[in-house]
Design a protein around this ligand. Structure first.
Ligand code: IVH
Length: 673
């Protein structure tokens, strides 16, 4: 035992040692001691700090493995707002940018730019005082963000304390936090092995990870960061590249891909060089950022309301690759919808290996005029699931047969149906088709529904095969003895599984309702129905008029809800769930409104956004009294349009005279910029 008198010295000793080994390991790639010995030192430090919390230093190496749990991240106002950048997509636009700046500066001679790659992650602001990292804040709405300091400290490349002779007293560093592609792929492989839903892309995963409540979990995500911006009062630098060089000197992680370019021609050469080279990097990039290097010139050019005039983002075109169609497989979802998937010869695309691409439905196959063995082009536009964009007719074998959509369900051989006006084929065998049954259970346990993450799709399939579950209520009858000894099930995993199921009994009614998988009842509609009726009894007793009176509930949804709740089989299922203790009554207060600024306005959100996830935008609209609809119609007031917005939506909005809003314009409308 270490006495209270000895503790300070021992803590200092342990910290020094750990810092030393960390530095050797992370900066020089040398392991001086075994992982086991290292863990022992760390354990001792953590145990001492737990015993004597007042001795824990803000830059203790124990912070790298987490320990803090934050329920709600405090909101912090940014000292300097976090702006966004204008985008360009072509050489012409780039030349225009250069011309515009020369004109504004009243000069004809070439400008010096600093070019960097645009890393696809989440931006983070780090504040240092007297060399110590005191605060890490997410971008949020640009004006204020979440204080996630404990989580940021787990990112090993972020310095916790800096010692340098030329360090400003207070300064802020901005950079992009990302999940390295390798880490992302390993994480997804692990999730696949556990039968869990895969993460969509590294950026969203990094963003989600940064906001996890338990810093120890964040530490496991192995996030990394690149710094690209230094801010402070009276900094002793004349140019951006000098500031970046200082960041490097002070030990910040800076991607070595930046370059000072004399004149726009060199910028163009930089862009050309990195167009393909960037795909070899360990991180996703979607373009480059071109910054005027001189701070004097930056100051003269200034800012618009949203972004600096002295910088611009150049976005590369979506990557595509040629490969060959091997076969088509058909997936049956929980609603019976059958989706064709192209199985492809593996091909490298934008840093990942693509083996499959969704083909959506029979019409899409017809549109592509897809034939067996076709050579196809796949594209990934920063987004998640690659798509087949076209086929190469020149390479088609002369006797190749066109792809014919299947007639029977691949899982239960029932004849498929295609309803009037729908693009999708369906398997009508709702009650007996295995993927529909397991699909419904998977939907029920989904993160946004009952959130039972100790259960994955493979486990569900196994439980189904063994006859242990036939519907969602059966989950609540599972017993230890039935599970132990099943493939992959040991004591710990069985306990975890049962615990997860038990905990789900406390999940709020709106998520239970969503989890039941009533057709057309998504998360939002479930939330609205529960906010309106509050109990299942009231919902079941509601007549058609009462249902359609609820915001966002149309005739189609009302019919579907009524049919579901009138079905004796569903009633029996719900009665069972109730008897196991699930929530069928709302406990929540009405959500607090931020304002009524958007009252009476209906928005449609489409595309990918810079600052917010789509869900967050939706919440913002609703918190300010507006409505969000899924499709553009005459009732739509605004189309909130992000990057990669579908052209059909855009056209429809234009033809109906719907106002199209950018993310910035929307935030301005809310007065948060
Ligand atoms: S500079 C005032 N440099 O892109 C300009 N941003 O659209 C501050 N980003 O929010 C941004 N790589 O999340 C800058 N090398 C880079 C960047 C970069 C990625 C992100 C960042 C920012 C967004 C701007």
């Amino acid at each position: 035992m270490i006495s209270p008198q000895e503790a300070p010295q021992r803590i200092a000793e342990l910290s020094d040692k750990i810092n030393h080994y960390n530095q050797r390991y992370y900066q020089e790639n040398i392991s001086e001691i075994s992982d086991y010995e290292f863990d022992k030192l760390l354990e001792e430090l953590i145990s001492l700090e737990t015993q004597y919390p007042h001795l824990r230093q803000p830059d203790s190496p124990s912070q790298r493995v987490g320990g803090a749990v934050t329920k709600n991240f405090p909101t912090v106002k940014h000292r300097y707002p976090m702006l966004s950048l204008g985008n360009t997509y072509s050489t012409e636009e780039l030349l225009d940018f250069d011309k515009r700046l020369k004109k504004l500066l009243g000069q004809t001679q070439e400008l010096t730019y600093c070019c960097e790659l645009k890393f696809d992650g989440v931006s983070l602001s780090l504040t240092y005082e007297k060399g110590l990292l005191v605060r890490a804040v997410t971008r949020g709405d640009g004006v204020q963000g979440d204080d996630i300091t404990a989580n940021a400290k787990t990112i090993r490349s972020i310095p916790l304390r800096i010692e340098a002779p030329d360090l400003p007293e207070v300064f802020e560093v901005r950079g992009e936090v990302f999940m390295p592609l390798e880490v992302f792929e390993a994480l997804n492989q692990q999730r696949a092995a556990e039968g869990k839903e895969l993460y969509a892309n590294p950026r969203n995963t990094a963003s989600g990870s940064l906001k996890m409540q338990d810093a120890a979990e964040v530490a496991k995500r192995k996030l990394d960061m690149y710094a690209y911006f230094l801010l402070g009062d009276n900094l002793p630098f004349q140019t951006h590249s000098e500031a970046v060089a200082a960041l490097v000197r002070w030990g910040f992680p800076v991607s070595p891909t930046y370059k000072v370019c004399e004149g726009i021609a060199q910028v163009q050469a930089y862009l050309d060089h990195w167009e393909l080279e960037r795909l070899k990097l360990p991180v996703d990039t979607d373009g480059a950022v071109i910054k005027v290097n001189s701070f004097d010139q930056q100051q003269e050019l200034g800012f618009t309301s949203k972004s600096p005039r002295w910088a611009i983002a150049y976005k590369y075109k979506a990557q595509d690759a040629a490969t060959q169609l091997l076969s088509i497989s058909y997936q049956v979802g929980r609603t019976g919808a059958v989706t064709p998937v192209a199985e492809l010869a593996p091909v490298q695309l934008a840093g990942t290996t693509v083996k499959r691409a969704s083909l959506h439905n029979a019409d899409e196959i017809a549109r592509l005029d897809l034939h067996e063995g076709d050579h196809v082009f796949v594209e990934k536009g920063g987004e998640i699931i690659p798509k087949v964009t076209r086929v190469s007719l020149a390479l088609r074998a002369p006797n190749a047969k066109p792809i014919r959509f299947i007639n029977q369900c691949p899982a239960c051989q029932t004849e498929l149906v295609r309803r009037e006006g729908e693009a999708q084929h369906f398997c009508p065998n709702e009650k007996g088709c295995p993927p529909q049954i397991t699909g419904r259970i998977e939907h029920f346990i989904h993160r946004k529904a009952m959130d039972i993450d100790s259960l994955g799709s493979e486990t569900i399939e196994l439980l189904f095969e063994k006859g242990l579950v036939r519907n969602v209520a059966d989950l609540y009858t599972l017993q230890y003895d039935q599970l132990i000894g099943l493939e992959r099930f040991a004591d710990r995993s069985v306990r975890k599984l049962l615990e997860g199921i038990e905990q789900s009994k406390a999940v709020a009614f709106e998520r239970v309702l969503f989890g039941l998988g009533i057709r057309h009842v998504g998360e939002t509609v479930a939330r609205k129905l529960v906010a309106h009726f509050r109990t299942l009894e009231a919902l079941a007793a509601a007549d058609f008029e009462a249902l359609v009176a609820v915001e966002d509930v149309g005739e189609r949804i009302a019919h579907s809800v009524q049919a579901f709740l009138a079905d004796p089989e569903q009633q029996a299922l719900i009665a069972r769930l109730k008897s196991y203790g699930l929530q069928f009554e709302s406990q929540a207060q009405e959500p607090t409104k931020e304002s009524t600024r958007l009252e009476g306005m209906t928005f449609v959100i489409s595309g990918v956004f810079e600052r917010f996830e789509r869900d967050e935008l939706k919440d913002k609209i609703e918190a300010n009294g507006g409505k969000v609809a899924s499709g553009v119609s005459k009732k739509t007031n605004y189309l909130l349009a992000g990057d990669k917005i579908g052209p059909a939506k855009l056209e429809k909005a234009q033809s109906l005279g719907v106002t199209i809003l950018s993310e910035e314009a929307f935030l301005e409308m809310l007065n948060v910029l």
